[in-house]
Design a protein around this ligand. Structure first.
Ligand SMILES: *[C@@H]1O[C@H](CO)[C@@H](O)[C@H](O)[C@H]1NC(C)=O
Ligand SMILES: *[C@@H]1O[C@H](CO)[C@@H](O)[C@H](O)[C@H]1NC(C)=O
Ligand SMILES: *[C@@H]1O[C@H](CO)[C@@H](O)[C@H](O)[C@H]1NC(C)=O
Ligand SMILES: *[C@@H]1O[C@H](CO)[C@@H](O)[C@H](O)[C@H]1NC(C)=O
Ligand SMILES: *[C@@H]1O[C@H](CO)[C@@H](O)[C@H](O)[C@H]1NC(C)=O
Ligand SMILES: *[C@@H]1O[C@H](CO)[C@@H](O)[C@H](O)[C@H]1NC(C)=O
Ligand SMILES: [Cu+2]
Length: 685
């Protein structure tokens, strides 16, 4: 998970351009991410305050302070009347003189609304720049150089990365410092540095003083060899698979969607796509046009990945602390990478850029950070063949075409492909694809027969253990089914015995509907009992009387296996249940707490939920965790083929009947075959 390469470009704005840009905010949608000129404006405002006089001011987080939900909803209603957009505000976390400050900036008045020192446990996001500086320290550090030459390695081939140190029970606040562990890897003949750890050497860096404060060269093992670890195509040697080819989709008359700023319209959907340095992509105010009601109906007020928890299962000195909170420690948005047309996204994709503030407060651009495209994967939206009618055969079929909003988060070694997929039928399907490189441990073993001790992972190649681990992606899903006030309903499927002679049958199942009254009723461990999980609007019913709602179709249930009292699990307690429901609260955004680095777990979703607030017929937020237990296989080496997971939000008595009945079969979609190995003819077209 550590960051090693810095490849993002800094966008430089001249002061003239800056002042011209400053007043353009009136064209912005209130949920639009901060623009580069706004980021520069925030920097000037904070630097112009009493924080400007010190050298050590760093910007750890700069993001939109989204307007209150009520304000935004009434603005949406009055949009037709050209109502004034709510004032744009930013939420900023800085470090200055070893203190963490939370600052709210009003962009319309160029002023600081509030500035508070944070005194609780934990620290803000690590910046790219401080990680870069920490990663460079070992190369100039004499004991490290000695360790390197002792191993007969070349200093010039070493690349280091920063790893959060976590928290393991220490309570003395005064002793707390912003520390990271720095670990190093070896290139020398490969670009797959994660495959070549310098196992056994651990350094601790104090980020405030930017010095190595602890050095440990505990064990020596062989660095895994470079051979066979490179994953670039030009490095691959024959034999090749001559018949490997791929299908692509080509839309002859262009995309069927419209993007205006950050607003997307496609088929019957409209929604807003934003980008945040911590959350990555954010989908807001998604609503779908109901042909029968002749109106747009609200579905999702806000959806994003609140936290990504990745604990490794090796308790030894060099590995025990590797229990990453990628969103809260590194920032999903910082990890988002530019997408390449035609490979990361198909040829019909449209791209959006993203901006965030660097450590010095200046805007940094990530081009093509989000892509939007229509996907026709050869699936069927609905069909029927009727052969029971004498003398005729009826065949009706509609191919499925969806709209995908894609982001790729490359958190060090891993690549997460996040797809928000909108279906014409009203479903929102969220796909999580995991690929990239595994985090491996160097060992002397070259065959499993040599292993007599516990190694906490799979021997993937000589000298290479891929350590067991989990991935938990916790999604924030503020569903508003037509209105804000909703209820969470568990429809349990219960086996019922036929006790008398009324039927030859002995059993059947029935649906027992339970409305969750308080937060404790909505903490759910999936897989224990069959149930349909719904967010419904209890104030509205269909013509025939069913409550309108949306159903959560979860993925495969994955529960944490660490003990409840283990420190990483205390900090990651929001994974204890796959489903939680909380009443909407603007400040409850981050499942692992606002300050996740070295957090003590006192500000997590699990703690908020203990208040056991009322959630019936209230504005509620659904939290759902997509999980994977990862026992690595040899096929995951040297680069892992994508592993998929996800979930779906599907209408449940939301529409009066099938909303895609009247969809016409599309005419403008064609498939064509293209060869990966161009010298080989393909006969399957
Ligand atoms: C727009 O303004 C008119 C006149 O003030 C008012 O009647 C109407 O309800 C407003 N529209 C909305 C959507 O608020
Ligand atoms: C500022 O940073 C330098 C190192 O870059 C450090 O020596 C100094 O103690 C810091 N000062 C404060 C007040 O944090
Ligand atoms: C690994 O092998 C090297 C020699 O090849 C040896 O010096 C080292 O002690 C071994 N490490 C362990 C942990 O057994
Ligand atoms: C590859 O394709 C050719 C014809 O295009 C066929 O003869 C051959 O059997 C295929 N090879 C494999 C391994 O499928
Ligand atoms: C996109 O917008 C243009 C101009 O506003 C409009 O003519 C077109 O029909 C829109 N297309 C879709 C798919 O909504
Ligand atoms: C909102 O959440 C914060 C953090 O959990 C809490 O301190 C605050 O009391 C909550 N506000 C309400 C109105 O519940
Ligand atoms: Cu994994």
């Amino acid at each position: 998970m550590p960051f090693i390469f810095i490849f993002k470009t800094l966008c430089l704005f001249s002061s003239l351009l800056l002042s011209l840009c400053l007043n353009s905010s009136s064209d912005l949608h209130p949920l639009d991410p901060l623009t580069p000129s706004e980021i520069s404006q925030i920097r000037s405002i904070v630097k112009g305050s009493n924080h400007g006089s010190t050298q050590n001011l760093t910007f750890q987080y700069v993001g939109l302070d989204d307007p209150d939900k009520n304000t935004l909803l009434s603005w949406l209603l009055n949009q037709a009347n050209n109502s004034k957009t709510p004032p744009r505000r930013a939420f900023v976390i800085i470090r200055n003189n070893k203190q963490t400050h939370e600052i709210t900036v009003d962009l319309s008045t160029s002023s600081i609304v509030s500035d508070q020192v944070y005194k609780g446990y934990g620290y803000p996001l690590l910046t790219f720049e401080e990680q870069g500086a920490a990663n460079d320290l070992p190369l100039k550090y004499a004991p490290f150089k000695e360790s390197v030459s002792k191993r007969g390695l070349k200093l010039s081939e070493i690349v280091c990365g920063s790893y959060p140190i976590g928290w393991f029970g220490e309570m003395n606040k005064k002793k707390q410092r912003r520390l990271v562990k720095v670990l190093c890897n070896y290139l020398d003949g490969t670009v797959n540095l994660y495959a070549r750890p310098l196992e056994g050497i651990t350094m601790v860096v104090d980020l405030d003083t930017m010095k190595i404060t602890d050095y440990d060269d505990r064990i020596t093992v062989s660095v895994p060899k470079a051979e066979g670890t490179d994953y670039r195509s030009f490095q691959q040697k024959p034999p090749f698979d001559p018949n490997a080819s791929r299908r692509t989709i080509l839309q002859v008359d262009g995309p069927g969607f419209n993007i205006t700023g950050h607003r997307v319209r496609w088929a019957d959907w409209k929604f807003h796509v934003s980008f945040d340095v911590r959350a990555g992509p954010i989908i807001s105010i998604a609503s779908i046009y109901d042909l029968k009601k002749q109106e747009f109906r609200h579905v999702l007020y806000r959806g994003y990945i609140s936290e990504l928890f990745v604990p490794y299962m090796d308790p030894t000195e060099e590995w025990y602390y590797r229990t990453f909170f990628d969103a809260g420690e590194y920032g999903s948005g910082i990890c988002a990478v530019p997408l390449e047309p035609k490979t990361d996204c198909p040829s019909n994709a449209v791209f959006m850029d993203g901006f965030y503030a660097g450590q010095d407060g200046k805007p940094i651009k990530i081009s093509n950070v989000i892509c939007v495209f229509e996907r026709s994967a050869g699936d069927i939206m609905w069909r029927h063949t009727e052969t029971e009618i004498p003398g005729e055969v009826i065949r009706e079929v509609r191919p499925e075409i969806n709209l995908v909003v894609r982001t790729v988060l490359t958190v060090g070694n891993y690549d997460y492909i996040i797809d928000w997929e909108f279906k014409q039928s009203g479903s929102i399907k969220v796909g999580v694809g995991m690929t990239g490189l595994l985090e491996v441990k160097g060992v002397n073993y070259t065959h499993t027969d040599q292993i007599k001790e516990e190694v906490y992972g799979t021997l993937l190649a000589e000298n290479t253990i891929a350590v067991y681990h989990d991935h938990f992606l916790t999604f924030y899903l503020d569903l508003d089914i037509d209105q804000e006030d909703n209820s969470f309903v568990k429809c349990k499927l219960q086996t019922t015995k036929v006790m008398d002679d009324s039927s030859p049958r002995k059993s059947y199942w029935k649906v027992v509907r339970e409305v969750a009254k308080h937060e404790s009723d909505a903490r759910i461990k999936l897989g224990l009992e069959p149930a349909e999980l719904l967010v419904v609007n209890p104030n509205e019913r269909t013509k025939v009387g069913n409550y309108i709602g949306y159903r959560l179709i979860p993925g495969f249930p994955v529960a944490p296996l660490l003990s409840d009292d283990d420190y990483p699990q205390i900090r990651g307690a929001f994974t204890n249940y796959q489903v939680w429901v909380t009443p909407y609260n603007k400040s409850e955004k981050w499942a692992g707490g606002l300050y996740t680095d070295q957090s003590h777990g006192d500000d997590t979703l699990a703690i908020w939920s203990l208040r056991n607030r009322a959630i019936e017929n209230k504005d509620i937020v659904l939290w759902y965790t997509v999980g994977f237990h990862h026992v690595p296989d040899q096929e995951d080496f040297p680069v892992m083929p994508t592993l998929h997971g996800g979930f779906e939000l599907r209408p449940s008595n939301f529409f009066e009947s099938n909303p895609v009945l009247k969809t016409k079969p599309p005419k403008n979609v064609e498939f064509f075959q293209s060869n990966l190995v161009s010298s080989v003819d393909d006969e399957t077209t």
